[in-house]
Design a protein around this ligand. Structure first.
Ligand SMILES: Cc1ncc(C[n+]2csc(CCOP(=O)(O)OP(=O)(O)O)c2C)c(N)n1
Ligand SMILES: [Mg+2]
Length: 361
């Protein structure tokens, strides 16, 4: 699939040259901030992969290659809005109140992991494919009824479009004119299933037509284009004009998760092409350098700043006392049902016999 297709919104081409209409309302400081967030997301991701290999965190789903799609879109939200992420959307979460410590605690299996700062409506990470879509429509509908002006932005992958939840959510959102933005990161693979085996019509944005809402296809590796189309969709939702489906065409450069080996199903040339020519960071950096807004020194300084912040976050996460098995039961129901209480009793007495209290061993 070529990236210069008709109907694909682009601002920058692969060499960072302006080929589309530039967003006028981003300041120089914001442009640099966007780049820095992408750079830090990549550095976090690379560090997390190493931490998993060292056995210091659990299974991890890398986002490398999808930084522009996630940073550009989440950058548009206001604090009180809603964000519904999947397991691959940490770059979006970091833009929306999630600290590195909280993200690390999540991957370490701590019950308090994944919690955002106060005031951010960041929904828990959805590992179940597509379940978050109807939930986002529900949150958006509630906002509409309450007239609180909030918008819900929901992330999902190309694979999720095969689930009934995707179709139900688009249909319901359209009927209700719910203020929700459906953001599909089409990274062209659902684990080892390529897009052409996922759908008979590979332009995901087109599927919006059947439900009576606008569908936009954007170059997901072009942060300015992503920001622009998401801004329009969020503003449209906030004006009460209803939902939009955005398809961000991108590519997962890493494995599906740390438990996957993509060399068994993905052609090496495909990966090479996306890595060398279509890297979202390289493209934006080339643009910023030409505009005189970024330099090698700034790149190095920003990376050093990241390292200090990350080291501190990791220290905090590793010093956090391990979760107790009891806590797995504490925060699910206000009034736990009988079968859960039975399970609790069973597992706790089993653990007690073994002399263990942490769920980490
Ligand atoms: C309901 C459900 N079915 C199956 C799975 C197993 N599973 C995990 S990730 C995945 C592929 C998802 O692909 P996609 O939606 O393209 O997202 P990506 O991983 O590419 O970001 C599947 C099938 C799951 N987590 N939930
Ligand atoms: Mg995918």
């Amino acid at each position: 699939m070529g990236i210069c297709e008709a109907g694909l919104v682009q601002v920058l081409n692969e060499d960072g040259r302006v080929v589309g209409e530039q967003p006028q309302n981003l300041s120089d400081a914001q442009l640099k901030d966007l780049y820095r967030r992408m750079q830090w997301a990549r550095l976090f991701d690379q560090r997390a992969m190493r931490l998993q290999r060292q056995g210091r965190i659990g299974t991890y789903a890398p986002l490398e290659g999808q930084e522009a799609a996630q940073v550009g879109s989440s950058y548009v939200l206001e604090k009180g809005d809603w964000l519904f992420p999947t397991y691959r959307d940490l770059a979006a979460c970091f833009n929306f109140g999630l600290s590195y410590t909280s993200a690390l605690l999540y991957t370490m299996g701590h019950w308090q992991g994944g919690r955002p700062e106060e005031g951010y409506n960041l929904f828990p990470i959805s590992i179940m494919i597509a379940t978050q879509l109807p939930q986002a429509v529900g949150a958006a509908w509630a906002s509409k009824l309450k007239q609180d002006g909030r918008v819900a932005l929901v992330y999902f992958g190309d694979g999720a479009t095969s689930k009934g939840d995707f179709h139900e959510a688009l249909n319901l959102a359209s009927v209700l004119k719910a203020p929700v933005v459906f953001f599909c990161q089409n990274n062209q693979w659902a684990i080892s299933v390529p897009l052409h085996k996922q759908t008979g019509h590979p332009v995901i944005a087109d599927k919006a037509q059947g439900y009576g809402l606008p569908g936009v296809r954007v170059d997901g590796n072009d942060v300015l284009a992503v920001w622009k189309v998401t801004k329009e969709a969020v503003e449209r939702a906030r004006r009460g004009e209803g939902p939009t489906l955005i398809e961000a065409l991108t590519y997962r450069l890493g494995p599906h998760t740390t438990a996957d080996d993509p060399t068994r199903y993905r052609p090496a040339e495909e990966l090479e092409r996306w890595k060398e020519q279509r890297d979202p960071l390289r493209r934006f950096r080339l643009y910023l350098e030409r505009e005189g807004l970024w330099s090698v020194q700034e790149e190095e300084q920003s990376a050093a700043e990241f390292k200090a912040v990350m080291d501190e976050a990791l220290k905090k996460a590793e010093q956090t006392p391990k979760s107790q098995l009891q806590q797995a039961f504490d925060y699910v129901y206000a009034n736990p049902p009988q079968d859960l209480l039975r399970q609790q009793e069973e597992v706790l007495s089993w653990r007690q016999r073994k002399g263990r209290v942490s769920w980490h061993n």
